[in-house]
Design a protein around this ligand. Structure first.
Ligand code: ZN
Length: 95
């Protein structure tokens, strides 16, 4: 642990993308379902892997990742009690 964070692990999104690459599964045009909103590092990997839709249930305090998805044209939804709700982004976070 360093600064309260485990430095020996990957985020689930990163691990999923790497595992797909390892076994030769192309992700272009795919969807990813995750428990929480991806952080901005995972967002960059998701975008560059060609994943076109992200669905998550819980929030994560990283509005920049949502802005990255907006700029990339990635569809982002939250899962709420059986319904998909499109995430509306705010351009104010872009520097
Ligand atoms: Zn992450």
């Amino acid at each position: 642990m360093r600064a309260g964070h485990c430095i020996r692990s990957l985020h689930a999104e990163q691990n999923a993308i790497l595992q797909a690459a390892m076994i030769g599964v192309a992700l272009e045009g795919s969807m990813i379902y995750v428990t929480c909103q991806p952080c901005n590092t995972c967002a960059k990997m998701i975008i560059n892997a060609g994943i076109v839709r992200v669905v998550y249930e819980g929030d994560y305090p990283d509005p920049f990742s949502i802005e990255l998805f907006r700029e990339a044209g990635t569809e982002v939804y939250t899962y709420d009690q059986g319904r998909l709700l499109e995430v509306v982004t705010d351009k104010a976070h872009v520097d």
